[in-house]
Write a protein that binds this ligand. Structure first.
Ligand code: ZN
Length: 447
C-alpha cells in the first residue's frame, strides 16, 4: 500500500469506498446495540482494506507516478548486476597502500557513491572485479589483479561498516537491507582470472566471487569474446567446458555477457543451472552489435531459466547514440582546431557543454524501458533485471539515468507502461535471486 502518496491518490483508493460504507453504519447505529456496532464496524473496516483494488499506476500524473516509483525503490531490495566501482578506484590511483576512494560521501564524478545509491534505492550493486584483456598476455597478472580488486572491495566495506557490507548470498543481501546497509556482492568480469588452473574456480568462490563473466574484450583460454574477431575456438574451449562445469559445481553463476554468440550457445548447452547476462541489452535496438543479445539468445536464456540484466550504456541502448556521439565528437575536434583551443580551456569547456546539450546524442529513459518491454514481450517478466554498468560506460548514459540516484525514473516509466509493483520487484531482485538460489542449491547437492 502507498499511503504516503498524494491526497488525490489516497482519496481515490481508500477514503471514498470507506465513506460509502459509513452510511450503512448509520443505519446499523439506529437498530443495533453498541457492542454489535463495534463488531460490524471492525468487519466493515477490514473488508474495506481487503477489497482495496491494486493501484493503477497508469492513471496517476507523472509526478505521482515518480513518487510511487521512489517509494517502491526505497522499500524493495534493489540489485544491480554490474557496477565498475573497483576499477574506477583502481584507475583513480587508489590502492591498498593509499587512501581508498571515499564513496561513503557524495563524489563529484563517477556514477556511484553511498548518498546517491541511497537516494535511488540501490541496495546491492555487484562490484565488478574487472580484468582487462591486456592482462591475459602476462601469466599470473589476471589473478593478481582480481585479488587486489577483491581486497579493495573488502577494504571499502571494512572502512565504512555503518554504510557498506560484503554479501555472498541473497540471504546476506536481505540481512544487510534490513540493517540499511548497502551490500557489495562481487562478480569477476573476465574468466582470465582463473589463469590455467581449474582450482582457481573454487579459490575465487572462497574469496567471495559469485559470478564470472567468461570472457571480456578478447578471446581467452575459456572461449571467444563478442568484441574479438579471431574466433579462436569457434565458441567455448575444452578448458572453458571444464570451467563452466566447475563453476556449476562450486556455485558461481555463469555470466554470458561479453561472450560471442557461439560461446553463449555452447555454455548454455552444458550449464546444469540457469545462467545470467550481468550487463547486456537487446540487440534489436543495436543491429549488428554482438555484445547485446539477439532474440534467439534471449529465448534460449529464458528456456534455461536464466536472467539478463539490462545495460544502460548509450551504445547498448540505441545505435543512434554511437553515430550521434561521433558527430558531436568530430565537430568538437574541428572547432577546437579552428579556434586554437584545448579541451581544458574554460571557453572550450563551455562551448563543448553547450554544443553537446544542443545536439544531445544521449538515449532517453523511455528507450531503456523499450529494452525491458522487448524482453517481456518475448519471454515474460521473469528473465529481466538491472545491470547498469554504472562507472563502466563513461559519459554515454541516458538522460534521466546518469547515475545510481536515478533508478526511480526508469521504474516510473515502466509503471506508466502498465508494469505492476510485483513486476518491478522481479526486475529489482526476485529474478536474480531465483537464479542465484538455483545455482546455490545445485552446488549444495554436489558437496
Ligand atoms: Zn563489461
Amino acid at each position: 500500500m502507498d499511503f504516503q502518496l498524494s491526497a488525490k491518490l489516497i482519496a481515490s483508493n481508500y477514503l471514498i469506498p470507506f465513506s460509502k460504507r459509513l452510511s450503512f453504519l448509520f443505519y446499523y447505529f439506529l437498530f443495533m446495540n453498541y457492542h454489535l456496532l463495534i463488531g460490524i464496524a471492525l468487519l466493515v473496516v477490514s473488508s474495506a482494506t481487503a477489497q482495496e483494488a491494486p493501484l493503477d499506476y497508469k492513471k496517476l500524473s507523472d509526478a505521482e507516478r515518480l513518487q510511487a516509483a521512489q517509494k517502491i525503490a526505497q522499500t524493495t531490495i534493489m540489485v544491480d548486476g554490474h557496477v565498475d566501482l573497483p576499477y574506477r578506484m583502481k584507475v583513480g590511483g587508489f590502492t591498498l597502500q593509499r587512501e581508498i576512494l571515499d564513496v561513503s560521501v557524495r563524489t563529484p564524478d563517477g556514477n556511484f557513491d553511498y548518498p546517491r545509491a541511497k537516494e535511488g534505492g540501490l541496495d546491492a550493486p555487484f562490484m565488478s572485479i574487472y580484468i582487462p584483456a591486456g592482462n591475459q598476455a602476462i601469466p599470473g597478472a589476471s589473478k593478481a589483479l582480481a585479488d587486489s580488486l577483491i581486497l579493495m572491495t573488502e577494504r571499502l566495506a571494512a572502512t565504512f561498516p555503518e554504510k557498506f557490507a560484503m554479501a555472498y548470498s541473497p540471504k546476506d543481501i536481505e540481512e544487510n537491507f534490513a540493517k540499511g546497509l548497502i551490500s557489495l556482492p562481487m562478480g569477476m568480469e573476465n574468466g582470465a582470472g582463473i589463469e590455467d588452473d581449474l582450482n582457481n574456480v573454487s579459490y575465487f568462490y572462497k574469496r567471495g566471487i559469485r559470478y564470472i563473466t567468461l570472457t571480456h574484450g578478447k578471446d581467452n583460454r575459456i572461449g571467444d569474446a563478442s568484441y574479438d574477431t579471431t574466433a579462436t575456438y569457434g565458441g567455448l574451449s575444452e578448458f572453458g567446458e571444464k570451467v563452466v562445469a566447475e563453476m556449476n559445481r562450486v556455485g558461481i553463476l555463469v555470466d554470458l555477457s561479453h561472450v560471442s554468440d557461439h560461446t553463449f550457445r555452447d555454455a548454455l548447452a552444458i550449464s546444469k543451472v540457469p545462467v545470467i547476462a550481468s550487463h547486456s541489452s537487446v540487440r534489436k535496438f543495436t543491429p549488428g552489435f554482438e555484445r547485446n543479445m539477439s532474440d534467439e539468445l534471449i529465448q534460449a536464456l529464458a528456456k534455461n531459466g536464466g536472467v539478463m540484466l539490462i545495460n544502460f550504456g548509450g551504445t547498448f541502448i540505441d545505435s543512434a547514440y554511437a553515430s550521434g556521439a561521433n558527430k558531436v565528437r568530430e565537430h568538437v575536434v574541428n572547432w577546437l582546431a579552428e579556434n586554437n583551443l584545448s579541451r581544458r580551456d574554460p571557453e572550450a569547456q563551455k562551448y563543448i557543454q553547450d554544443y553537446t546539450d544542443l545536439h544531445n546524442p544521449f538515449p532517453t529513459v523511455s528507450r531503456v524501458a523499450d529494452h525491458f518491454d522487448h524482453v517481456v514481450e518475448l519471454v515474460g517478466i521473469d528473465h529481466v533485471g538491472l545491470g547498469s554498468d554504472f562507472d563502466g560506460v563513461g559519459d554515454s548514459l541516458p538522460t534521466g539515468l546518469k547515475d545510481v540516484s536515478m533508478f526511480p525514473n526508469l521504474f516510473a516509466e515502466l509503471l506508466k507502461r502498465g508494469y505492476s509493483k510485483e513486476d518491478i520487484e522481479k526486475i529489482c531482485y526476485k529474478n536474480i535471486f531465483r537464479v542465484w538460489q538455483a545455482a546455490s542449491v545445485y552446488a549444495d547437492s554436489q558437496r
